[in-house]
Design a protein around this ligand. Sequence first.
Ligand code: AMP
Length: 130
Amino acid sequence: MTSTGQEPSIFTRIAAREIPATIVAETERIIAFEDIAPQAPVHVVITTKTQQYANVVELAGGDPGLMAELVAVAAGIAAERANGQFRLVFNTGEAVGQTVFHVHAHLLARTGPGTPAGDSSLGEGSLAFR
Ligand code: AMP
């Protein structure tokens, strides 16, 4: 159980090293790891260590500083791996494909320079906008 009485989410268990993942960045309050089912050449999940916010709306309202920290971690990873050009997707609600109700962003990017902005390899499957 977490301090809020919820069962630990899969992302909480990754942060606790109970479930293996390829962790690519970590701060005191944020953790980022490779998505297990990548839908773009760079596909990193960035989440808060607390699971008290189910989605981006709750996070932005509840702790804007933590939201800014999450975006800064995304930007840092994209600077290292994708020339600083990226998409940040927050699925919000089951109807648009949210499956884990612990706020997280999908960082989607191409590796290497000169990526066309409309490249269809960014965001297939549930991250494609249909
Ligand atoms: P969403 O559908 O927006 O809730 O995103 C959840 C994401 O978490 C999906 O892209 C999954 O592929 C990813 N995911 C689920 N379990 C794991 C895991 N054990 N390690 C890494 N990524 C995961």
